[in-house]
Unconditional design. Structure first.
Length: 495
């Protein structure tokens, strides 16, 4: 009897264990199924988020001027990332943030099917992800109209233009002469090949860029884009005509081909105009020519006779001006000053610009940058290289869009020598104090001067152009490089 009871008891234990193991396996399988589908949901959620991020970044570069193209670009990028609007249940909705016209919001919604949870009657779920991108496009620099540079001699006539000439220096010039980006040499111009410690590490081969925006047909024209040398027996000193200089100043050459050749190109509109990475629609190489008489006319003309200098279409057309690399020929150095314009619309510098001023005035104002009021609350950074050189001390003043010296917010003034890269603070102007710097002769020789301005949250403007004013006791004769930008990554996602 005891033996029978023992056998029955052992049989019950084995059955209970079997039932327990079976139940556990069922639970584990359910958890595995749930975990698999949950991981699938997370994977698709991340995919949708990445697509929304990419779409927002891809479309925002067209803001604030072309929201329709911004929306179209966002939808294209979403498609490239696997989510086509109205296909297979996906929905892509781009929308500009009305209170912030440089911000684009993209929402992507998609239905994700399940694997194992279908057995429990759960066929799928809808996942929605949103991304917002902000874009600080390059500020329009140097000119609110269609002309960058003078159209006549400002020492002899009034209403010649903005009181400066556009400037670009040849290969073996020196940054201490005022051009931060086009020269090869950081020190003197007589130390070619300007390598090692003598090299200008900021040099870039693409020269200077300008943007053209026009709603109608335009033609690109220049005044004196050719470099003028001394083989015509007329002086090329700074105070003569546009101020081309070279050849007789270093190398004592009066050969007809002395001096640098220029390269000019026009590029079709691109959403990223701060670089040129496509083939131009028109280009020309312009060799040096003899200087002409001071009495000769200042003529607006195309770089050559090609008809492609006349174009039409929306967007920012990019103009490139650079020096052709002359190799090791020192007499191909030289400084070229010129003016550039579009016959219609607006022409302005992109990213930065170099100018030369040889006006006889002691106080003069130059347009610096257009800063629209949608940048309220952000930081405006103004940087001048080698500014303020004059025979007597004076002031460099930042003029706000209301025409007065800026004093509406904190303005931090800093400097950085061309060789020593660290910035150090010179002064801090509090609200109510003028954003200005007193400058002695050669104080900022080969040195950057920076004004960092906190734009107030209530910053507004109708005509939003800022200026720099030179206020000196003697006339200004100066070459400088200028740039202005909104601090921070120009294209970024907003958390």
């Amino acid at each position: 009897m005891r033996e029978l009871y023992r056998k029955l008891k052992d049989s019950d234990d084995r059955g209970a264990a079997l039932m327990l193991v079976g139940s556990s396996l069922l639970l584990l399988m359910g958890m595995a199924a749930f975990g698999t589908d949950l991981a699938w949901f997370y994977l698709n959620s991340a995919r949708i988020q990445r697509a929304a991020d990419a779409a927002a970044l891809g479309g925002v570069v067209y803001l604030p001027d072309d929201p329709d193209e911004a929306y179209a670009a966002a939808i294209r990028v979403a498609t490239q990332n696997g989510y086509t609007d109205a296909v297979d249940g996906a929905q892509v909705i781009p929308d500009r943030i009305r209170t912030h016209p440089t911000q684009l919001n993209v929402t992507i919604t998609d239905r994700v099917d399940t694997f194992f949870l279908k057995a429990l009657g759960f066929d799928g779920t809808t996942i929605t992800q949103t991304a917002t991108a902000d874009y600080a496009p390059p500020l329009r620099l140097g000119n609110p109209g269609n002309q960058f540079g003078n159209s006549c001699d400002p020492k002899m006539f009034t209403n010649c233009g903005p009181n400066f000439w556009a400037n670009i220096m040849g290969k073996y010039m020196a940054t201490q002469m005022g051009d931060a980006y086009s020269t090869w040499c950081r020190g003197k111009w007589d130390d070619p090949p300007c390598e090692g410690p003598h090299a200008n590490d900021l040099r870039r081969a693409e020269g200077y860029l300008y943007g053209i925006e026009s709603t109608s047909e335009f033609t690109l024209q220049f005044v004196d884009i050719v470099f003028r040398n001394t083989s015509g027996f007329w002086s090329t000193d700074d105070d003569i005509r546009t101020g081309d200089a070279g050849c007789d100043s270093w190398g004592a050459s009066k050969a007809p081909d002395c001096g640098p050749s220029m390269y000019v190109a026009l590029y079709a509109p691109d959403p990223t105009p701060m670089s040129v990475d496509t083939a131009p629609v028109c280009s020309a190489i312009i060799p040096p020519e003899p200087q002409v008489s001071e009495a000769a006319d200042y003529v607006w003309e195309t770089p050559d006779s090609q008809g492609c200098w006349t174009q039409q279409g929306p967007g920012i057309w990019v103009v490139q001006v650079k020096i052709v690399d002359p190799g090791m020929q020192v007499d191909r150095s030289g400084i070229n000053r010129y003016s550039v314009r579009s016959t219609t619309g607006q022409l302005y510098a992109i990213r930065d610009f170099s100018i030369f001023n040889n006006t006889a005035a002691s106080a003069t104002e130059f347009y610096l940058a257009e800063v629209p009021d949608h940048y309220a609350g952000k930081e405006l950074v103004i940087e001048l290289f080698d500014p303020g050189e004059s025979r007597e001390p004076g002031h460099l003043e930042v003029i706000g869009p209301d025409g007065d010296v800026w004093d509406d917010s904190t303005c931090v003034i800093s400097r950085r020598h061309r060789v020593f890269q660290n910035w150090w603070e010179v002064d801090t102007k509090r609200p109510g104090q003028a954003c200005a710097e007193t400058v002695t002769p050669s104080e900022y020789d080969n040195t950057w001067l920076q004004f960092s301005i906190e734009l107030p949250a209530n910053y507004t403007c109708s005509t939003c152009w800022w200026k720099i004013k030179y206020d000196y006791s003697s006339y200004v004769d100066d070459t400088t490089t200028w740039q202005a930008y909104i601090a921070g990554n120009p294209i970024h996602l907003i958390p």
